[in-house]
Each structure stands twice: as structure tokens, then as C-alpha cells.
Design a protein around this ligand. Structure first.
Ligand SMILES: [Zn+2]
Length: 265
């Protein structure tokens, strides 16, 4: 799309239903011999409060396999944050317990994020969603597959985390730098290009709406009109794009051209 009003783009806003178009997806990064999976979607056959998620069968792992990626190929798994739609395929159920989906992988958890979601404060949100911490996070610790990391953790010389707190307390982005270029998987810092036009909009899922607003504003200001490719967790295909300044604290998101994907990513 051009850097014009996102609300007029049917890719991100469905005028017929009056609803935003939101994708749920994962990102696989291959770098320096490491395969890192960022976010693992909603998962299958799990008990959830939301009817679309409850005991759903999305078949994401089957599609991953069809794309040529086996669960055995993944070395590291990281969630930008511990919400239900980012950790679901971390585990699967077999022989009476939840087991790691990626048998060889280490699962990385940002300390602030883990502390929050395993604290008393998180008890009531988890009652509203379904206990995904209990079935998709804690079993990885029990299986000895989990590592606790800082919010600026360095994966290798090309990949490091950047703290983007607010949506959740330990929410992080994943910065990938290679051959002088930079991309950032920005998680749920913003859910729709409409938030570029309205950076003060937080969602009802933001644990800290005010901090979310401040982090989003600072991020837009830093990356507007730069070469940085931004990859938000929930944007529909082609998902990635760049941020452009349109006025005082008003921005626009410009999707990359589909024909350019293999060149820039
Ligand atoms: Zn999300």
C-alpha cells in the first residue's frame, strides 16, 4: 500500500464486518547455523476460554512440515511475550502430559515476562483465557528444556533482543542485523497499521497501556524514515514493512512489495 491512510486499505481493515484483519503467525530465522522459532501461535487441542481457540485444530505444525521444516530442525524457541497466541505450539499432549514440541530445542524465556506470568497478579487474566502458562510454559521447565534470559539477550552476532515493554512487562522485539541491513520482529508493540496513525491507541490486551503507548511512540520515532524493516506479529501478508513520518507524532506503515520479499528478507 502507499503510505496513506491504513483505514482505507482492505488488507488491514474489513469494511464489511467493521473488523481489523489480524494474522496469527510464527517467524523462523536461520542464521549462523541456528534455527530460531519466534512465537508459536495458538496451538491445537488446548483448553481455552475463547471459543475459536478452545480445543482448536489449526494444523500449524503440519503446514510447517509441508514447508520443509521438521520440529527436529529447531534449535531455539522464543516468545516475544507470553500471551496465549504466541506460545501454543510450544507443547503437545501425549501419554498423560504436555511435552516439548521441538525435541532438540532450548526454549528461551525473558525473566521479567516469566516472573509476571507466574505471579499472583497473572492469576485472574489466566482464568479468563485458560491456563496456557500451565500447559505451554511450565512443562518446558519440568522437562529441563527452558532457559531464563535477559531482555537484551544476544543470540549470536546477527540477532539480539530489544526490550519493548508495555503490552506485557517483559515484551521484547527481535532485532536481526546482517550485511548492513536491519529488521525487527516487533511482536505486539502494535497490532494494526491504524496504530501508526494513532500511536496512542493501546489494546485491551495491553497489561500496561500507558507504557505500551510510550514504547510505541519512541519506537516509531526511532525507526520512521529509516531502512529498518519492521515485522509486526499480527500483520497480514506480506506482514513486513517500514514506518514513515506523516506529521507530528503521526506515522504510516508501508508494506514491502510482495515481489521484493526474497530480496529483503
Ligand atoms: Zn498477540
Amino acid at each position: 500500500m502507499s503510505a496513506s491512510r491504513a483505514s482505507s486499505d482492505d488488507k488491514v481493515y474489513d469494511v464489511h464486518s467493521g473488523r481489523l484483519v489480524i494474522a496469527i503467525q510464527a517467524f523462523l530465522i536461520e542464521s549462523e547455523g541456528i534455527r530460531l522459532m519466534v512465537d508459536t501461535c495458538v496451538g491445537d487441542c488446548k483448553e481455552r476460554a475463547r471459543p475459536e481457540f478452545n480445543h482448536a485444530r489449526f494444523g500449524w505444525l503440519g503446514r510447517l512440515e509441508a514447508a520443509g521444516v521438521s520440529v527436529h530442525d529447531i534449535d531455539l524457541v522464543l516468545a516475544t511475550h507470553l500471551h496465549v497466541d504466541h506460545v501454543g505450539c510450544n507443547t503437545y499432549y501425549e501419554d498423560g502430559r504436555w511435552r516439548p514440541t521441538f525435541p532438540k530445542a532450548r526454549y528461551l524465556f525473558v525473566e521479567e515476562e516469566l516472573n509476571f506470568w507466574t505471579s499472583e497478579t497473572a492469576r485472574s487474566p489466566l482464568e479468563r483465557t485458560g491456563d496456557y502458562i500451565g500447559d505451554s510454559i511450565l512443562p518446558l521447565f519440568e522437562a529441563g528444556r527452558a532457559d531464563i534470559i535477559g531482555h537484551r539477550h544476544v543470540i549470536n552476532s546477527s540477532i539480539h533482543l530489544v526490550p519493548l515493554p508495555g503490552h506485557t512487562p517483559g515484551h521484547v522485539g527481535v532485532c536481526i542485523e546482517s550485511e548492513g541491513r536491519r529488521a525487527i520482529i516487533s511482536g505486539d508493540l502494535f497490532h494494526t497499521p491504524l496504530q501508526c496513525e494513532n500511536p496512542d491507541w493501546s489494546t485491551r490486551f495491553c497489561v500496561g497501556p500507558e507504557q505500551s503507548r510510550q514504547t510505541r511512540r519512541a519506537f516509531f520515532e526511532t525507526h520512521a524514515d529509516t531502512e529498518t524493516i519492521i515485522i509486526p506479529a499480527h500483520f497480514p501478508y506480506p506482514c513486513a514493512g517500514s514506518i514513515h513520518r506523516m506529521g507530528n507524532h503521526v506515522y504510516a506503515f508501508r508494506f514491502i512489495r510482495v515481489e521484493d520479499i526474497s530480496n529483503v528478507l
